[in-house]
Ligand binder design. Structure first.
Ligand SMILES: [Zn+2]
Length: 200
């Protein structure tokens, strides 16, 4: 697959769980998945730092525990928070990878996917730079679709959920502006793989 600039991009994770198409920004905030645990769920999030602002390197700094707490009052409130995600998709569609897919990133917290607790154990977390109150960019949909398609080819992915689906009442992301229908179409994802999008 080529991107808009004509670059050939390899979205398939290698044996170590790193995606060549992504820029690699390793986070120390991960550990091993439970022995023998299959990677079979993708969780979509949104994030912005400072809240509501896009384009800085603050998210990358946050996931690397090097956020400058003096830069913004909000940063003081998260200075000791140790989290990560496997991927971040920036507003221009650029994919950034922080944790190998084979490892457990700390993105979901207390969570329940269709009755299965501790979703970090078995999921891949994708943060999309954005907020709950504005649309995501076409480039972000292209990247998330390409990435999820490649993850499905590499791992026994059986479902895709939003953070708000697996931590209701506690989390609201990726929020009402994430267009699940558009994503599903671009990623060629069957409805059966989106248990929280089906009529309940
Ligand atoms: Zn989230």
């Amino acid at each position: 697959m080529s991107d808009a600039a004509g670059r050939v991009r390899d979205w398939r994770p290698n044996a170590d769980g790193w995606v060549p198409a992504a820029r690699h920004v390793p986070s120390p905030n991960f550990d091993a998945r439970p022995e023998g645990m299959a990677v079979d769920v993708v969780v979509l999030h949104n994030i912005s730092l400072p809240p509501g602002q896009f384009g800085s390197d603050d998210i990358e700094a946050f996931f690397q525990n090097r956020l400058d707490a003096t830069r913004h009052p909000f940063f003081e409130t998260i200075r000791d928070v140790r989290v990560s995600a496997h991927f971040l998709i920036r507003r221009d569609g650029e994919p950034v990878q922080f944790v190998a897919c084979t490892q457990r990133a700390w993105h979901a917290g207390q969570s329940d996917y269709c009755g299965r607790q501790r979703c970090n154990d078995f999921s891949i977390g994708i943060e999309i730079e954005g907020t709950d109150d504005q649309p995501f960019t076409p480039a972000q949909y292209e990247t998330v679709a390409a990435l999820v398609s490649a993850l499905r080819a590499a791992y026994p992915i059986q479902g895709v959920a939003g953070h708000s689906d697996i931590a209701p009442g506690r989390k609201t992301d990726p929020g009402p502006y994430f267009d699940w229908s558009r994503f599903a179409k671009q990623a060629a994802l069957p409805l059966a793989m989106m248990p929280y999008r089906q009529a309940r």
